[in-house]
Design a protein around this ligand. Structure first.
Ligand SMILES: *Cc1c(COP(=O)(O)O)cnc(C)c1O
Length: 431
């Protein structure tokens, strides 16, 4: 390092000096000695990098400035990582935004399970005072809704698949169509799940065509399960053929095998909390219930409360009571009204336009929904910058950049969110 650089670096105050500075005392009190020290190290490393930068400053920032940086970073780290978002992406079941918005009843039930230090009768039968099943009510509701002999709920669909294959197919073979060997997302691949479940994958048919006879011919004494997987996030179009669930069920019955149909998870179109729901014949579900893996994949009390409330809504008021299904069923006129309300709150830089939204979540691949949105064309404000300002707003607003301007799609924005979206945009426009 040359002499000049070394001289510049000598202007950086020592860590210990900074910690002893009068300005540091309130920070230590508020954030702890350890937190301030760790953040000071980062700030000093940043100052060092700046000094060595070609054309960088001649001397390190003052003690006061360095401690101001420490304070800002520590204050920012206290903002909760998980924040509320106004979803203006036009995707109702957005995987990155927590998929299904819960019904008010479901959110309230989860909150109620968390109050009073979080005690609730998750495994206590209040009538008898004895230990009770944590998922009893949910299983009854599910069984009745689906018309199945038995049902069970676990943490998510991936967990449900792993549990089902481990309990029903370990040591044997699982037949799957080559067109259904899918990756769902986040690296969740059907062949891996089968392998981790301790079973052997047997591919049947071809990518585009699989017939019932392909399954029939592949059955051996080692076959345990016929597996059908919903093609959640892609489509095979053109010269195609797949087998129906009833045809597979008939074959499974004839051959004395089990049929597992992976429809995708309970928090997608069902519109509840993250969950994996399994329903079927009592003999099969009982094998899942007694499998040691069950404990590792069970639901916690907050999800149980939200799931029970969601299932009750289906029972009492039907699917149209669920926000997800309401959002999918919105008329273009409703969406246009909402877009116009937002545009009116924003003034001349906002324009209403038609857009194409989606259900998303890998639930209905490619299904487009005609929607309406508001584009923001603000002079000297690049759309990416505006998008970032809105993402960082609290609550965040997440839109998408389309044709060179920021688009706020109204498909997944609730009516009562319009004023706060407008407030966030007005603030960002002047930033
Ligand atoms: C989404 C999906 C999964 C994974 O569901 P998670 O609840 O995210 O674990 C598995 N299988 C299919 C067919 C899916 O669509």
């Amino acid at each position: 390092m040359d002499e000049r650089a070394a001289a510049k670096l000598r202007t950086i105050p020592q860590l210990q000096r900074l910690l002893e500075a009068p300005e540091a005392a309130p920070l230590v009190k508020q954030f702890s000695h350890a937190a301030v020290t760790a953040q000071l190290r980062r700030v000093l490393a940043g100052a060092r990098t700046d000094l060595l930068e070609p054309g960088g400053p001649e001397a390190a920032p003052s003690t006061a400035e360095l401690l101001t940086r420490v304070e800002a970073a520590l204050a920012a780290s206290r903002v909760p990582g998980l924040r509320r978002v106004n979803n203006a992406t036009g995707v109702i079941l957005h995987t990155n935004l927590g998929r299904a918005p819960l019904a008010q009843e479901a959110a309230a039930a989860a909150a109620a399970a968390a109050v009073a230090h979080g005690y609730c009768n998750v495994e206590l039968d209040l009538e008898t005072g004895a230990r009770g099943l944590r998922t009893g009510i949910i299983e009854t509701l599910l069984r009745e809704l689906i018309g199945a002999e038995a049902a069970i709920a676990v943490n998510n669909n991936a967990a449900g698949m792993l549990l089902a294959l481990s309990a029903l197919a370990a040591g044997g073979e699982v037949l799957v169509s080559r067109g259904e060997l899918v990756e769902i997302g986040g690296g969740f691949r059907i062949p891996d799940v089968i392998r981790h479940g301790g079973a052997r994958l047997v591919e049947v048919g071809t990518t585009n065509k699989t017939r019932i006879d392909d399954y029939r011919r592949a059955i051996t004494p080692a076959t345990r399960v016929l597996l059908k997987v919903h093609q959640s996030n892609f489509q095979i179009v053109g010269f195609t053929e797949t087998t129906t669930v009833p045809a597979l069920a008939t074959l499974a019955r004839e051959a004395g095998l089990l049929l597992v149909d992976d429809l995708g998870s309970g928090n997608k179109l069902m519109g509840g909390p993250q969950a994996g729901l399994l329903a079927g014949r009592a003999a099969a579900i009982d094998r899942l219930r007694t499998h040691p893996m069950l404990r590792a994949v069970r639901l916690d009390k907050l999800s149980l409360a939200a799931l029970e409330a969601t299932l009750r809504l289906y029972h009492e008021r039907g699917p149209s009571a669920l926000p997800v299904l309401q959002a999918i069923g919105q008329s273009e006129a409703m969406l246009r009204d909402r877009a116009e309300r937002l545009a009116n709150l924003l003034g001349p830089f906002a324009a209403v336009r038609s857009t194409t939204g989606r259900a998303g979540g890998g639930a209905l691949p490619g299904q487009k929904i005609a929607s309406q949105g508001v584009t923001l064309g603000i002079p000297e404000q690049p759309p990416e910058r505006l998008a970032k300002l809105l993402r960082m707003h609290r609550p965040a607003v997440v839109g998408r950049v389309l044709d060179g301007s920021l688009l706020l799609d109204m498909l997944a924005v609730a009516d009562d969110e319009v004023p706060e979206v407008a407030a966030a945009v007005r603030l960002a426009m002047t930033a």
